[in-house]
Ligand binder design. Structure first.
Ligand code: HEC
Ligand code: HEC
Length: 369
């Protein structure tokens, strides 16, 4: 409960920051490369192994990397994500590249504190990895490789608290690099697209800074993904989520309320707002939007050119743009120039086999630590 309350406060801070950014003129200088973050190498190496280890899920069937796949920019190529065996997801899996720099996480921005909390939610939610933190700790302690790695990382004995620190440390290593945009190697078409992006097309009003996001939620009128309501496994997951999150009328509602989960505005004007996503690494992360309803970047540009979707609460800055065919192609070329070298080498991916067999722990709740 405390976590929810404290993240509500953090959320207001995020909103205030978003407003401050929106009010300032967008300067070209804001669009530099994403800076590498300082990381502790031993802690990050441990976090990397944990990220690829299915023993962190309740039935040892899925790991973080089941959904966040390195070759797909740490997303999964699906419109809507998978979920814990027996259920199915209702949101598109976002990239984790540069995610350590975000001000609020998940498509609705419901966690505005830190990656430790995001990691906890990812591990424990029933529809995600459905794991009990105490059981996870006991399983990790069984593995001599981990015992060594935790020691080397300065954590002492494996504990659930240090697992939630080590994974974020690894996530900090996932930083974009090598994009033609950063290297000054954009094609002429992409360069003209960048001018449109900052000018006539108005994209930079929300997609600003080195990650191309203001870290704030907006309503662009993206239509619902009907699969969430027609597929019982997805629908049940959404109902469970709605119940935990306090969505009014969660049994009957047939839409993803988005940032309303955090702000709960009585007039519902926050319904259908989603966090502005980064525009980096898009060539690896199709399909797009919080529910994967737009398949290609060409289609995204066509969507904006039409003036977005239809929604009573749509942001007034989303309006028909009247871009010519050539201008649309230039804008798409620009978006493609923001993707860099894939993070698929051993520096970012745990390549050694992880033996997922473990001895069943009797009375794990009674383990003394
Ligand atoms: C079953 C698929 C699945 C698994 C397993 C999974 N994730 Fe995710 N992850 C998602 C989806 C889907 C979202 C977006 C959820 C939302 O918006 O409600 C997400 C969101 C995130 C985010 C927020 C990104 C952003 O841009 O706001 C982070 C960070 C993250 N996951 C890390 C992890 C870590 C660490 C693990 C392992 C402990 C993990 N995930 C396991 C599917 C998964
Ligand atoms: C009013 C703020 C705003 C403006 C202006 C805006 N966007 Fe967006 N953009 C968003 C939000 C919010 C989303 C996420 C919507 C969702 O998930 O439902 C988004 C999503 C996207 C995505 C999908 C990314 C992904 O990973 O799913 C792309 C690409 C994109 N925008 C490009 C553009 C371009 C190009 C323009 C200019 C023509 C533009 N945006 C203008 C706020 C904005």
């Amino acid at each position: 409960m405390n976590r929810r309350v404290s993240s509500i406060f953090a959320w207001h801070l995020v909103l205030a920051m978003g407003a401050a950014i929106a009010a300032s003129p967008v300067l070209a200088a804001e669009f530099g490369p994403v800076k590498q973050m300082e990381v502790d190498a031993n802690k990050a190496a441990l976090g990397k192994r944990l990220f690829f280890d299915p023993r962190l899920s309740g039935d040892a069937a899925i790991s973080c990397s089941t959904c966040h796949i390195p070759a797909k920019g740490f997303s999964d190529g699906l419109a809507l994500s998978k979920a814990y065996p027996g259920s199915d997801g209702f949101r598109n899996t976002p990239t984790l590249i540069n995610a350590a720099r975000k001000a609020a996480w998940f498509h609705d921005g419901r966690i505005g504190t830190n990656l430790n909390d995001v990691t906890r939610e990812s591990i424990t939610e029933t529809y995600s990895m459905n794991m009990d933190m105490r059981l996870m700790q006991e399983r990790v302690k069984q593995d001599p490789v981990y015992v060594k790695m935790f020691k080397k990382a300065g954590y002492g004995e494996p504990s659930n608290g240090s697992i939630r620190k080590a994974i974020p440390e690894y996530l900090k290593t996932l930083t974009s690099r090598g994009a033609p945009f950063d290297a000054g190697k954009m094609s002429d078409a992409a360069q003209r697209g960048f001018d449109l992006f900052k000018g006539k097309a108005g994209c930079a009003q929300c997609h600003s800074g080195s990650r191309f996001t203001d870290d704030a939620p907006h309503n662009t009128g993206v239509p619902e993904n009907p699969d969430i309501w027609s597929d019982p496994k997805r629908h049940l997951t959404y109902v469970a989520f709605g119940m935990f999150m306090g969505i009014e009328n969660y049994m009957n509602i047939r839409r993803d309320v988005g940032a309303h989960i955090r702000t709960h505005k009585a007039d519902g004007s926050d319904i259908g707002k989603f966090m502005t996503p980064t525009l980096r690494e898009l060539t690896y992360t199709a399909p797009y939007m919080h529910n994967g309803t737009i398949k290609t970047l060409e289609d995204v540009v066509a969507f904006y050119n039409r003036g977005g979707g239809s929604d009573g609460n749509k942001d007034p800055r989303i309006k028909p743009l009247g871009l010519s065919k050539e201008e649309r192609a230039n804008l798409t070329a620009f978006l493609k120039s923001l993707s860099g070298t894939p993070l698929t080498g051993p520096e970012h991916v745990w390549k050694e086999k992880i033996n997922v067999n473990y001895a069943v722990i009797e009375d794990w709740l009674e383990q003394k630590n």
